[in-house]
Design a protein around this ligand. Structure first.
Ligand code: LFR
Length: 471
């Protein structure tokens, strides 16, 4: 029997439970369960259906029995910034409100009146996004102060799912940094910011690092599944896990491509200088206290929404094909404009933007898709020049990882626009990054360097160069 571990990786549009095993220095993956994730409307807010997500995780674990897999451990990663609060009986006090919910509109401006932007950046190194946990908590404080007063425990989404599995409460470091409440230098909760904003410091849990064992399964789950296993913390922020799968980091800019495009570089220290603040780059905490110096670009969310707004009449592949048929120059939208974060209708929002900026309005699905892809690339190119400016050097290659790395058209557009070599893959970067941390904890892999070597031997990576495709 192979020694499998289980990675649960839940993104904004889908989740998967993947079993991974090491076979002669190669990592093999088996998908044991895949499910949809989406925003639901609950109590007047856009929320995640956290109960449904947990039952999908359980389904995945149960599938292991039928597939002859006896996992050695499990770890969960999800998107960042969102959280739940628990009362003194560990019962939920809040829904899992989603970061695209408008409850934080205007809040960042209020918070930065109290706590100067420069000071917040200097202490945390985190980019300013209206949905960061700090602004969500402040919104709650203003809108439902009684809830915040009752709160005894703050758990981020993967922390909560891990709590449901084990009964153990903690805040995992990589995800905690996305709150904008962790000090980039002490690597712990920033008491100064938390107290100044009037949040209850005691609800924040002990920070635990990836690789640490959180606990074993609750008794009732052991009987339900027929086996026990430890929860080993991965980098529970999906981007933190994904970036561990970049096969080759030296001299490389990565794009973790999914609902968001996270573009940046791996770094050994936080860069909290004014220029980085002005460019709005973040320094998210990573495995072994590495930092991800990156910025969020609106990403494939835009095309996901376009697809949904066409009532799913076209698949992603069809939208890509249709966009290729468009020969005319396309309008370019600023994908990072907040209007695209959760518009009522993405297609109409794009068209309206084009009207306002006196550009030819894209009408057909192919034109809309082309506008999205080309506009994304314009934003990537700008971010790359900002990174090169900060580091005062040129980077020669780009590593595109995650689901979006399957988009050949986009990969080629990136190579053409930047004149850099583009390496695409692995596709399941996040689950792989989650798994290798568990393997490191088991002693089966030495460290991230060795993990990257194994990853580069195990998964296909395609190379794109300026205006031609090579394998
Ligand atoms: C990607 C991601 C990004 C984070 C965004 C919101 O899935 O985790 O890193 O900025 O979602 O949480």
């Amino acid at each position: 029997m192979k020694n499998h571990s289980l990675a649960v990786d839940i993104g904004a549009s889908s989740g998967r439970v993947i079993a991974g095993a090491l076979e002669k220095d190669r990592l093999e993956l088996v998908e044991v369960h895949r499910f949809e994730n989406k925003l639901i409307e609950k109590n007047g807010h856009f929320c995640w259906d956290i109960e449904a997500l947990f039952s999908e995780i359980k389904k995945g674990i149960k599938n292991c029995n039928a597939m002859g897999i006896k996992p050695l451990s499990i770890g969960i990663d999800t998107w960042a910034v969102d959280f739940v609060l628990l009362d003194e009986n560990d019962e939920l006090l809040t829904d899992a409100v989603a970061y695209r919910d408008p409850r934080t509109d205007g809040i960042m401006e209020e918070v930065t009146e109290i706590f100067m932007k420069e000071r917040l950046y200097l202490e945390t190194g985190i980019q300013f996004q209206k949905f960061n946990t700090i602004y969500q908590l402040y919104a709650l404080k203003k809108q439902n102060p009684e809830v915040l007063e009752k709160a005894k425990t703050f758990l981020m989404i993967p922390d909560y799912l891990h709590f449901l599995l084990t009964g153990e409460k903690s805040n995992e470091y990589t995800n905690a940094t996305s709150t904008q409440l962790i000090n980039a230098f002490t690597k712990n909760w920033d008491k100064d910011i938390i107290n100044t904003l009037g949040f209850n410091f005691d609800m924040f849990q002990e920070i635990k690092m990836p690789k640490e064992t959180l606990g074993t399964l609750r008794e009732e789950l052991v009987s339900e599944f027929g086996f026990d296993m430890p929860v080993i913390l991965p980098a529970t922020h999906d981007t933190g896990s994904a970036v561990l799968s970049v096969p080759q980091v030296d001299d490389t800019i990565y794009i973790s491509s999914g609902t968001w495009s996270l573009i940046g570089v791996e770094n050994y220290f936080p860069i909290c200088v004014i220029k980085a603040l002005d460019y709005n780059f973040t320094n998210e905490g990573g495995m072994d206290y590495q930092f991800r110096f990156l910025k969020n670009i609106m990403g494939l969310w835009m095309i996901q929404e376009v697809k949904r707004n066409y009532d799913n009449r076209y698949s992603f592949a069809e939208l890509v094909e249709k966009s290729k048929e468009v020969t005319e120059k396309t309008a370019i939208v600023n994908v990072d404009d907040q209007r695209f974060l959760k518009p009522a209708n993405m297609i109409e929002e794009i068209q309206q933007y084009c009207r306002e900026t006196n550009q030819k309005v894209p009408e057909h699905p192919g034109e809309i898709a082309k506008c999205v892809f080309e506009s994304l690339v314009v934003s990537y190119k700008k971010a790359i020049s900002e990174i090169e400016d900060i580091f005062e050097k040129e980077f020669h290659s780009i590593s595109v990882i995650g689901g979006g790395s399957q988009n050949e058209l986009l990969n080629q557009l990136i190579a053409d626009a930047t004149k850099k070599e583009v390496f695409a893959g692995p596709v399941e970067a996040t689950a792989i990054g989650n798994l290798v941390v568990q393997f490191i904890a088991h002693g089966a892999i030495k460290d991230i360097k060795e993990a990257r070597h194994i990853i580069s031997q195990s998964f296909e990576v395609k190379k794109y160069v300026h205006s031609m495709v090579e394998k």
